[in-house]
Design a protein around this ligand. Structure first.
Ligand SMILES: [Zn+2]
Length: 133
């Protein structure tokens, strides 16, 4: 048994290197340069504390950027529909302050909320079906 045998698949050999990895957060992707012990067979990596530290800031920045972009998009969609945050909350649920927090990027909105506002912003005529119900 080699010292470098992969402890995940036991078939490949691991080597310390920097690998390009796709990092996904809430449906958004970014490419990071991740150091670690990477297997040449299964492709899995074993990351130690230092490996994780090298990308922690980049990942945190990416997550923040996704949050802010989502917040901005949601606000634009709501404004396109000419409804207040309170009205948006009545349509989507989530309480009076929910939209305020979504649009400030303090809370990540539920996917259903994003999807519903996306549909309504693209098809404003559907608003009457909700308001009459
Ligand atoms: Zn492996």
């Amino acid at each position: 048994m080699s010292d470098n045998q992969c402890q995940i698949c036991f078939a490949g050999t691991t080597r310390r290197e920097v690998k390009e990895e796709i990092y996904t957060f809430k449906g958004h992707e970014t490419v990071i340069q991740q150091s670690g012990l990477w297997c040449d067979s299964c492709g899995e990596g074993i990351l130690n504390g230092n490996d994780l530290k090298t990308t922690a800031e980049e990942i945190a920045d990416f997550k923040q950027a996704v949050k802010l972009k989502t917040a901005k998009d949601l606000k634009e969609k709501r404004e396109k529909l000419h409804i207040t945050q309170k009205q948006a909350a009545e349509i989507c649920g989530g309480g009076v302050n929910a939209f305020h927090k979504y649009e400030k990027g303090e809370i990540f909105p539920p996917k259903a909320t994003i999807n519903l506002l996306t549909i309504l912003a693209n098809h404003p005529d559907l608003m009457k079906e909700i308001q009459s119900g």
